[in-house]
Design a protein around this ligand. Structure first.
Ligand code: PLP
Length: 390
């Protein structure tokens, strides 16, 4: 059996050796609690402060604008719900977001509606971009917070966050971006782009699972969602995870330093993969291809195929990717992202997401470009044989 191929970097990435090295001492002799006054505590505090400063530099932020969280989901929750609650006294009761967000934002918007607020979803173009007219219509002076993801996790489309953030802020609306898939692929820098809040997640950039961060521009109104400690200025109480904070800072530094080279490499690999697939399966559809996309994600549907059987067939041959659909109580529901950009349900249910990263090479791409069409041809041949035997 040839080496397995991992094409699921948007789900998670392997922990980088440099990150593991940076974290190691904090699982050993440097185990102190940063709130303790003795030398162990002071040492842990110094490491945490340094990690905050280093991560801040990667985001164009000062250290006090960086809040460590347990993951990207927590950062998204804190941003959207925390700001919405803080702005209720001003009478700003609405939240605006897109229908293609990760559930970490969409479910919070539902929660806000449940708590008496109003949830507004902007319309999307068929290429997966925010529709400007719809955005301008919904983002009014009664909106507390607007959340638009920078890079979509299923199809890789990139939103024009600099322009959207500026337009939201001109109406006094706090602007959050879920930059979980964007960090390391686009320039997420608070000095150059006027977002107020940005979420990132460690395990998408070579740090372990269980650490994320929220950038919070100084002066942004926000209520804490948890209580019981003064850590992180009361914004996020609980003893800090020093080792993970150190790991995230190191991973972020590497991601920023390597961003341009990585984007060039992954973009070329993705283009080669897509061209090869389209050459052998001419009716395959690559979602969001007409718009601006990040280089590491491609979502392909082959008419007549279903994503679950194709995923299983690929897995049997050692190729790991994921479906652009969710399996709920045994039935496949088409991806909410594809549905929102107008993809027909049968095509949406056929979507396979392949996401490239550190483990992807030319040889991986060539093998997938060979195997994927062969599996499709086989499945189509079987379907035709079954139909004619009836
Ligand atoms: N936002 C986006 C765009 C994501 O892709 C993910 C993870 O898949 C998340 C948020 C959630 O991040 P985490 O897994 O760190 O909670």
């Amino acid at each position: 059996m040839p080496e397995p191929i991992y094409l699921d970097h948007a789900a998670t990435t392997p922990v980088r050796a440099e990150v593991l090295d940076a974290m190691q001492p904090f699982f050993g002799p440097r185990f102190g609690n940063p709130s303790s006054v003795h030398r162990w505590g002071r040492e842990a505090r110094a490491a945490l402060d340094e990690a905050r400063e280093r991560l801040g530099r990667c985001l164009g932020a000062s250290p006090d604008e960086v809040c460590f969280t347990s993951c990207g989901t927590e950062a998204d929750n804190m941003a959207v719900l925390g700001v919405w609650r803080a702005r209720q006294a001003e009478g700003r009761r609405a939240v605006v977001t897109t229908p293609i967000e990760h559930k970490a934002v969409l479910a919070v918007a539902h929660e806000i509606a449940h708590e008496g607020g109003e949830e507004r979803l902007v319309e999307m173009t068929r290429d997966g971009a925010v529709d400007d007219a719809s955005f301008d219509e919904l983002v009014r002076s009664d909106v507390a917070v607007c959340s638009v993801m920078w890079v979509n996790n299923e199809i890789g489309v990139v939103q024009d966050v600099p322009a959207l953030a500026a337009r939201a802020k001109a109406r006094g609306v706090v602007f959050h971006t879920d930059a979980v898939q964007a960090f390391g692929k686009v320039d997420v820098d608070a000095r150059r782009v006027p977002f107020d809040l940005a979420s990132i997640s460690g395990h998408k950039i070579g740090a372990p699972k269980g650490i994320g961060a929220l950038y919070i521009r100084r002066g942004t109104p926000m209520h804490a969602l948890m209580f019981g400690g003064a850590q992180d200025r009361g914004r996020r109480p609980g003893t800090e995870n020093v080792a993970m904070a150190v790991g995230l800072a190191r991973a972020a530094e590497l991601a920023v330093a390597e961003r341009e080279h990585e984007c060039e490499k992954l973009g070329a690999l993705r283009d080669r993969l897509e061209a090869a697939l389209l050459a052998r399966i001419p009716d395959a559809v690559i979602h969001g291809r007409g718009g601006r996309r990040a280089p590491h994600i491609t979502s392909v549907s082959v008419p007549g195929m279903d994503s679950e059987s194709l995923l299983m067939a690929l897995d049997l041959r050692g190729i790991a990717c994921s479906a652009g659909s969710a399996c709920q109580s045994g039935s496949i529901t088409p991806s909410h992202v594809l549905t929102a950009i107008g993809v027909a349900p049968d095509l949406a249910s056929a979507a396979i997401r392949m996401s490239l990263g550190a483990l992807t090479t030319d040889a991986c791409v060539d093998r997938v470009a060979e195997l994927f069409p062969a599996l499709v041809e086989k499945a189509r041949g079987l379907a035709t044989a079954t139909a004619s035997a009836r």
